[in-house]
Design a protein around this ligand. Sequence first.
Ligand code: GRG
Length: 306
Amino acid sequence: MQRKVHKAMAGHSSETTKAYLRSRAQMVSDYLSQLLSETQRPAALFAGMNYSLLAGGKRLRPVLCLATVESFAKDPRTALPAAAAIEMIHSYSLIHDDLPVMDDDDLRRGKPTNHKVFGEAPALLAGDALLTQAFSELAGLDTIRPQLVLRMVRTLADAAGPYGMVGGQFVDMEKEHGDGSEADLEFIHRHKTGKLIMASVVLGGLFADVDEPQLTALTEYGLHLGLAYQMVDDVLDVTATSEQLGKTAGKDAVAEKLTYPSLIGIEETHRRIELEFQSALASLRGIGLGDSVLYGLAELLVNRQS
Ligand code: GRG
């Protein structure tokens, strides 16, 4: 099948956005690499945390956070603790998601999964430790008003916990091998993936101390982009190889997961991705960010091949 391309602007080049993504992803990786010292006791726990955290993910969520900060003319470096907290939570979720009791996977970010290297119980604890330490990192932000830090903490907790990612994962699990509806599927994707992507953008907005209408528009942008992101993930699970993805391809069908391609087919899924993508862009235009890096990042994310 010919690859479907979603375009933000006619004649728009994605090269500048790609260079931006590379540079900020490197900034995040450099920051993360000095965060958790493996000379601490218990060294094996820190080694397990670093194994997944530094395994070379795309860093899309923390980069979205920094991009939002920069869109409001603030220095991205000062927001690195927030970006790091988001990536720590994302990494924890991947470690737990790969455990035998969940998706039971051997490959992640092109490497053996955490539990394959360290064992199941240490992997469980490495995930727990990343989740907890993320909030310490975030709460340590001392360059902005404490009220803003509190709102950031609450936004991230709500996006990661029962009202967000864990809630979505729970319904995903319930609907495996089952007869889920389209409403179930939308709930799963919005919560499992969409909320953390939304929080990445909103944390950037809170850090930059934007006003409430701007925050609402950023929330809308993040939610639309987050849903589109997981729809793309569903498509790639069918169309891409394990080598391209750095994780096992074709797993959704084997596990009889409720996905957009399985429910409505790939063509219709692309139509929905386009709708979410255009809604995300409209939210940005509504607050004058139509030529911001967030616009280009949305395009890169929905057209990703891995
Ligand atoms: C508590 C046992 C236990 C499990 C919880 C919360 C949870 C497990 C799982 C969360 C759901 C989850 C793993 C969603 C994944 C969404 C997704 C699209 C992941 C891939 O993200 P990318 O493409 O990956 O950004 P990289 O590797 O580039 O960071």
